[in-house]
Design a binder for this molecule. Structure first.
Ligand code: NDP
Length: 290
């Protein structure tokens, strides 16, 4: 008689890894204070009333306080003129107690987000979105790596997942997740395919992957049966179902029966994004006095 075995993937626990990173950063902040009288500082700029953005900013501020980073919140009206915002950024660029500057996206439509991101000093661009930092990343000598893909690399490393020589498929080509993710995997010697809304036969592309990173923004869009047996699955998506449940871009139940490792939503990539923002800020502070 044939015995059916159902192999469940090991969950990569982002909460746990993020806690460890935050603990290390806390110790590092204490050391910087004692030895160099240096307190890393992060300025967070929020424009408008977007509820999700407010929650993100609150979480980032709280996380800063927990590890010993000073946080400076600047909340501006949704009608603020672009020149005012640029003036604020320029003032933050000049401050010695601010080592990282984050402008929460999205910005209201009347503001040119590109101009604002370019106004941030590249040495304080802890999100890694300035064209200078994008260029550094693409050329393989990053100064700041964007937080979400950096967090994903840490998650893969925490589970000792081999990247070199593997076939990686990144679904999504946004500037904040998909594209930097692809380059970071490439620099670690994966063979990378980037998929997007015009990709033909996505199931076959996903099925060819040893490592799948899903950053689509559509609830349970990547089906469990697309996943190759033994693949590693990283789910970046954060989607609310009509019932209010938070789900990823991957159909977790089906995928976890085929994958060797999988991240959960919540508790996977999300906590790592914040942890990497803190890490980028502490690194910026250290560079400022190097
Ligand atoms: P974007 O909307 O900027 O990008 C989505 C990408 O998915 C685009 O490149 C788009 O392709 C692609 N796409 C859309 N539909 C399809 C399709 N049918 N087939 C293949 N590809 C498709 O999203 P983000 O990159 O900003 O975010 C992705 C998800 O990750 C979201 O759920 C977001 O909430 C989440 N997120 C989570 C973070 C975390 O910390 N956990 C941080 C950042 C994001 P095209 O370019 O052709 O339009």
């Amino acid at each position: 008689m044939e015995v059916m075995t159902e192999v469940m993937a090991k969950a990569i626990n982002g909460k746990e890894v993020a806690l460890r990173v935050r603990g290390e950063l806390k110790a590092e902040c204490e050391r910087l204070k004692d030895e160099k009288a240096l307190t890393p500082g992060l300025a967070v700029v929020l424009v408008g009333e977007d509820h999700a953005s407010r929650v993100y900013v609150r979480n980032k501020t709280r996380a800063c306080e927990e590890v010993g980073i000073s946080s400076f919140q600047h909340i501006l009206s949704g009608e603020v003129k672009q020149e005012k915002l640029l003036e604020l950024v320029s003032g933050l660029n000049a401050r010695d107690d601010v080592h990282g500057i984050l402008v929460q996206l999205p910005l209201p439509g009347h503001i040119n987000a590109g101009s604002v991101l370019e106004a941030i000093s590249p040495e304080k661009d802890v999100d890694g979105f300035h064209p200078f930092n994008v260029g550094r990343l693409v050329s393989g000598s990053p100064l700041f790596e964007p937080c979400t893909p950096r967090g994903i690399m840490e998650l893969l490393d925490s589970a000792a997942i081999e990247i070199s020589g593997k076939d990686a498929v990144v679904v999504g080509r946004s500037n904040i997740v998909g594209k930097p993710m692809a380059f970071m995997l490439l620099h670690r010697h994966a063979t990378v395919t980037i998929c997007h809304s015009r990709t033909t036969d996505l199931p076959a592309k996903v099925n060819s992957a040893d490592i799948v990173v899903a950053a689509v923004g559509r609830a349970e869009f990547i089906k469990g049966e697309w996943i190759r047996e033994g693949a590693v699955v990283v789910d970046v998506g954060m989607n609310r179902t009509p019932e209010g449940r938070l789900v990823g871009d991957v159909e977790f139940e089906g995928a976890s029966k085929r994958a060797s490792y999988i991240t959960t939503v919540p508790g996977g990539v999300g906590p790592m994004t914040v942890a990497m923002l803190l890490k980028n800020t502490v690194e910026a502070a250290k560079r400022s006095c190097a």
